[in-house]
Design a protein around this ligand. Structure first.
Ligand SMILES: [Zn+2]
Length: 194
C-alpha cells in the first residue's frame, strides 16, 4: 500500500522541529496517525538529523581525522574549512561562524616513522600541547589535524606553530615538518582586529 498524498520531507522535518503552524501541525498529525508509510519516513528524517548532529559534534574534538570522515561531514551538508601549508611554510587562516570543522592538512613523508607526535607550539616554538602517538598510515601523504571548532571560534588572532615529530625504530626523534598558522580572528569578540 502506498500513500496517495505523502507528506513532503520538508513538512516532516518542520513537524519534528515544531516549526509548523498549528493548522499544519494538526493536519500532519492526523495524517501520521493513519499512515504508517509517512510515519516511517518521519523516523528516517529524525535518524538523519540526529546523525548530522552527531557528526557536527565530532567537530568539537581536537584530534587526527581522515578523508573519509571529512567526506561524510561534507555529504551531511557540514562545512569543512581546510588549510594545507607546505612543510616549513606558513598559511593565513581564520574561522567563520558557518564552519563546522577546521582542518590542517600537514603534508609529510611518513614512510620511515614508527610513531608520530604532533607538537602544538606558540610562535617562539614553546610547546603548549602534544598529541602523542597519533594514528597514521606510513603511505599517507599527510596528517589531517582537526582543531576543536568551538575553541577555534573563541580564539583571538595568534600564531600557531605545529611540529610533526617522528620516532624511528631506535626511538630517535626526527622533525618531519613545521607548519605555521597565522590565525586572524574574523568573528566579533575579544582579540578580533579593530
Ligand atoms: Zn502518508
Amino acid at each position: 500500500m502506498s500513500c496517495p498524498t505523502p507528506i513532503s520531507a520538508a513538512i516532516l522535518a518542520d513537524y519534528w522541529l515544531a516549526a509548523l503552524t498549528e493548522a499544519e501541525e494538526q493536519a500532519t498529525e492526523e495524517h501520521l496517525f493513519a499512515c504508517d508509510e509517512c510515519g516511517a519516513r518521519l523516523r528516517e528524517i529524525i535518524a538523519l538529523a540526529e546523525e548530522v548532529r552527531r557528526v557536527a559534534r565530532a567537530g568539537s574534538l581536537r584530534m587526527v581525522v581522515n578523508d573519509s570522515i571529512l567526506q561524510r561531514a561534507a555529504n551531511e551538508g557540514l562545512h569543512v574549512r581546510e588549510y594545507a601549508p607546505p612543510p616549513g611554510g606558513a598559511v593565513q587562516c581564520t574561522v567563520t561562524a558557518e564552519d563546522d570543522f577546521l582542518i590542517a592538512r600537514l603534508a609529510a613523508n611518513l614512510s620511515g616513522a614508527k610513531r608520530v607526535d604532533l607538537s602544538l607550539c606558540n610562535e617562539d616554538g614553546v610547546e603548549h600541547l602534544r598529541l602523542p602517538d597519533i594514528p597514521f598510515h606510513a603511505a599517507a601523504p599527510a596528517i589531517l589535524y582537526q582543531e576543536s571548532i568551538p575553541w577555534a571560534k573563541a580564539m583571538p588572532s595568534n600564531h600557531l606553530l605545529v611540529r610533526m615529530i617522528a620516532f624511528d625504530a631506535t626511538d630517535r626523534e626526527h622533525l618531519l615538518g613545521e607548519y605555521h598558522f597565522h590565525h586572524t580572528r574574523s568573528l566579533p569578540g575579544p582579540g578580533s582586529p579593530p
